[in-house]
Design a protein around this ligand. Structure first.
Ligand code: TYD
Length: 205
């Protein structure tokens, strides 16, 4: 039997990393076996591509090249890790996946959904998550909670308008695929949000 595939998405500062960690702890505590990966990265080659993409020195990188590098890192991750794990019946949890490319590259960078879908359909060959958790918080509120941008990260320097476009992009994706997304309001306590996530994901575990 094929394993399940869960992804986590959200804007910068949405608490995604915290909740990915809490969800992994939940899986560990309950003896649920899983493979955890993050994007961009997750394999030796994909981590090398990640360094190129996120390097603040790479100011000349075109939006098209950036989108293709994300897709390349993803293609490697799918071929080397995600598909083998799913095909051997394992649960796969990934921190960011193709929805990040739709939200960031297609909507926020303005490359358009058709172009980004096209390059990714080549990279992912229908390997879509069973369920995607989206932490629904506007970037303005998220940035206040986080206390500003991380200066070592090229993408976090892109400004609040960019992140607003990312957020609006996610909302469009959710509208077009309401059944795949689990939309979670993360403005309660950490524990409350965690419980909401676990309850929502029980249907796929
Ligand atoms: P990371 O430090 O992992 O961010 P986070 O903790 O927010 O997940 O950096 C990943 C960055 O890459 C993040 O700003 C989102 C961006 N990204 C894209 O623009 N497109 C993509 O396809 C992916 C996977 C990530």
């Amino acid at each position: 039997m094929k394993g399940k595939f869960i992804t986590f998405e959200g804007c910068e500062g949405s608490g995604k990393s915290t909740h990915v960690t809490l969800f992994r702890e939940y899986l560990d505590k309950n003896g649920i076996d899983y493979v955890f990966l993050r994007e961009p990265g997750g394999t030796e080659i994909s981590e090398k591509i990640r360094k190129i993409i996120l390097d603040i020195e790479n100011k000349e990188m075109t939006d098209q090249a950036e989108a293709l590098l994300y897709a390349a890192a993803r293609a490697q991750l799918i071929g080397e890790k995600i598909l083998p794990a799913i095909n051997s019946g394992k649960l796969v949890v990934v921190d960011r996946y193709v929805d990040s490319s739709f939200a960031y590259q297609a909507y926020a960078r303005g490359l358009g959904i058709d172009f980004v879908k096209k390059i990714n359909s080549f990279a992912i060959e229908n390997c879509m998550p069973d369920c995607t958790v989206f932490l629904d918080i506007s970037p303005r509120v998220a940035f206040e909670r986080k206390g500003g941008a991380d200066k070592d990260d090229r993408l976090e320097l892109s400004g609040i308008e960019f992140h607003e476009r990312v957020y609006n992009g996610y909302l469009k994706l959710i509208e077009s695929e309401p059944n795949r997304f689990v939309v979670i309001d993360p403005t309660g306590t950490k524990q409350e949000t965690h419980e909401k996530i676990v309850n929502a994901l029980k249907k796929v575990l």
